[in-house]
Design a protein around this ligand. Sequence first.
Ligand SMILES: NC(=O)c1ccc[n+]([C@@H]2O[C@H](COP(=O)([O-])OP(=O)(O)OC[C@H]3O[C@@H](n4cnc5c(N)ncnc54)[C@H](OP(=O)(O)O)[C@@H]3O)[C@@H](O)[C@H]2O)c1
Length: 332
Amino acid sequence: MSLPSTMKAIEITQTGGPEVLNFKTNHPVPKPAEGQLLVKNNISGINYIDTYFRTGLYPSPKPEILGREAAGTVVGIGPGSNPYNFKVGDRVAWLGTSSYAEYSAVPAAKTVKIPDGITDETVMASFLSGLTVLTLAMETYTVKKGDWVLLHAAAGGAGFLMTQVLKSIGAKVIGTAGGPEKVQLVKSLGADVVIDYRSEEGKDWVKKVKEATGGQGVDVVYDSVGKDTWEGSLEAVKRKGMIVWFGNASGPVPPLPLPKLSPKCVKVARPTLFGYIEQREEFEFYVNELFKLLQSGQLKVKVHHVYPLEQAAQAHIDLEGRKTTGKILLKP
Ligand SMILES: NC(=O)c1ccc[n+]([C@@H]2O[C@H](COP(=O)([O-])OP(=O)(O)OC[C@H]3O[C@@H](n4cnc5c(N)ncnc54)[C@H](OP(=O)(O)O)[C@@H]3O)[C@@H](O)[C@H]2O)c1
């Protein structure tokens, strides 16, 4: 197969706002090194973490092509062994770096074949987000039937999937979301209580959580909003409960004085997906769980919008502007 030498890609050379996302038409096509595959991306996922690398909240070397995941076709295999038996032509999904591009050199160890019957769009609407949600609900805190769970940003990319996973386990879910449309969406997923934490009435969401749980608070809080919600989350969790901080959509949680945890014997976790799927067996375990849920129809995905590659900056504006629900995708 003959490959072009250059490609379209979104490159950033410095940190900043969405305006630093440069659309380039002549970026060199990468060459796969040992342990890598060259993938022609059909569709890429956009995740909130991409904005952290763009702003510099998470430091990373520049110049950089953003993007942590894509689905596409294997068009090249790096030199050396090929332990997972990939072939040119395989339809795959991968986690790695530089997916805002037509081609990416990706780690074979973090690539899987997509089963027939699952579209590239469906995988990308649930891959990084869905794997994260499964690790959070199965490993960070093992959610049990009857647990009270507070989930912030329940209408977002991760939240939309998490609400469904929590309800399928039999948890009682209190979701927060900004605005009436998002509230309706989360209700439609079966959440027991949904609070519009941006409305005048929902501002005191801690009180509402306490009321819903008979004054006890929740067994676990999944908080990916961070700066704006962390204090409320600490109040809303019950004695001996757990707070899982897994994101910074409103900014990072400030350094937490540990004595704040003592009065209620609260446990705190700060997980990342990549920490749970470092080993191939771990990655395959969660991927198989995800594919089973997608194939059985138990997990529904929602694609808010597919942006053409050249509109990556608009995608970031919409994501940070809290205008999206479910997942947003990028078409290289
Ligand atoms: N630790 C991990 O491994 C991991 C993996 C995946 C995702 N995450 C985290 O999970 C979160 C969700 O990621 P996602 O990609 O699915 O994004 P998303 O939920 O689709 O978008 C973020 C949402 O956060 C809410 N939000 C609250 N305050 C905000 C603010 N000041 N600015 C912007 N948004 C605000 C908004 O929903 P409302 O309008 O409803 O408030 C917004 O839609 C992010 O914090 C991300 O970093 C972590």
